[in-house]
Design a protein around this ligand. Structure first.
Ligand SMILES: Cc1ncc(COP(=O)(O)O)c(C=O)c1O
Length: 327
């Protein structure tokens, strides 16, 4: 079975629990959280699940080097560096911007995890990874390229499997999640949850909150998710032909550019921290959580429902954004 073709990198299953203080505050909603901020692998996050499958393939191909890309504060890059360290591989990261004297947040952790940095001003989505691969292969390395965000038909298997895990937990609690909110940015998490929902017959409305409006490889986020879904479904023998309407995003919370932290994200971080003692991240989960709070406050989702927030990690970026979070 394709879902078994993975290495073990994380602490799974992650906890699923009720948030009593937020539920009290947002009267009319029972709010639960799935803790993928607790997946392990250098402080957790959604990339652990994707990397279990990606690393399996890299090893099958006898690769000794991982290449990936992202912003300097990329959680994906930090977790890829950790996976490479565990596997005894080299890790090369193509990062936006220029080198700085002082490392902080995820960039510092990626450095501690032994990654080699290649700064590439204005490019954070891995536009030049093939060039780097060619360069490293001339030096005798065998490279495995992991796309931006680990979002392809292999990486998304992590979130198909995650839905299986969630479904089992919901069954054990005799609980139905009416809505599942999560951040969507490079699209692999959403693609996996979309296919997992159909494969494991999860009866819930998906609420993927768009984090980043910019295109990747000339495709919008929805188009990217749809492409991963329609290419990846064959591995699972899913016959359905997916349309753009099957991968609808919650938009409108992504008006500020990617990585810009506003009072909305700060509000969501405070709400989780002060009510539940849970730390979100300022770029992804806080944006999605703000969307969830806004929709509950304005009754844009039905009352007396069970709402699940899927926390996808990102804690280290708080340190980089300290000036925005402490004023
Ligand atoms: C903390 C966190 N949450 C959510 C996401 C979005 O996941 P995806 O890129 O699979 O859409 C990312 C990565 O981009 C992330 O780092």
């Amino acid at each position: 079975m394709i879902l078994d073709k993975k290495v073990s990198l994380g602490f799974l299953p992650t906890p699923l629990h009720y948030m009593k203080n937020l539920s009290k505050k947002y009267n009319g909603y029972n709010i639960y959280i799935k803790r993928d901020d607790q997946t392990g692998l250098a402080s957790g996050g959604n990339k652990t699940r994707k990397l279990e499958y990606l690393l399996y393939e890299a090893k099958e191909l006898n690769c000794d080097t991982l290449i990936t890309a992202g912003a300097q504060q990329s959680n994906h890059c930090r977790q890829t560096a950790a996976a490479a360290a565990v596997a005894g591989m080299e890790c090369h990261l193509m990062l936006d911007g220029t080198d700085s004297e002082k490392y902080n947040g995820n960039l510092l952790l990626s450095h501690l995890l032994g990654a080699k940095f290649h700064f590439n001003e204005g490019k954070r989505k891995g536009e030049d990874m093939a060039l780097l691969k060619a360069e490293l292969e001339k030096k005798g390395k065998k490279c495995y390229i992991i796309p931006y965000g680990g979002s392809n038909t292999i990486g998304m298997l992590g979130y198909i499997n995650a839905v299986k895990e969630l479904k089992q937990q919901l069954n054990e609690l005799n609980l139905k999640a009416d809505y599942i909110f999560f951040s969507s940015s490079s699209g692999g998490t959403q693609a996996g949850i979309t296919l997992g929902k159909d494969l494991f017959e999860l009866n819930a409305q998906l609420m993927p909150v768009s984090i980043d409006k910019s295109e990747t490889n000339g495709l919008s986020l929805e188009q990217n998710v749809l492409q991963i879904v329609n290419e990846g479904k064959h591995q699972l023998n899913i016959k359905k032909e997916y349309q753009l309407s099957d991968v609808n995003l919650i938009k409108g919370y992504d008006d500020k550019p990617y990585g810009v932290v506003s009072e909305d994200e700060v509000f969501a971080i405070n709400e989780f921290a002060l009510s539940e003692g849970i730390i979100l991240d300022p770029v992804y989960t806080a944006r999605a959580a703000f969307g969830m709070f806004d929709m509950m406050k304005n009754k844009k989702i039905k009352e007396n429902s069970n709402v699940l927030f899927w926390h996808t990690g990102g804690l280290p970026a708080n340190f980089y954004y300290a000036d925005k979070l402490h004023q």
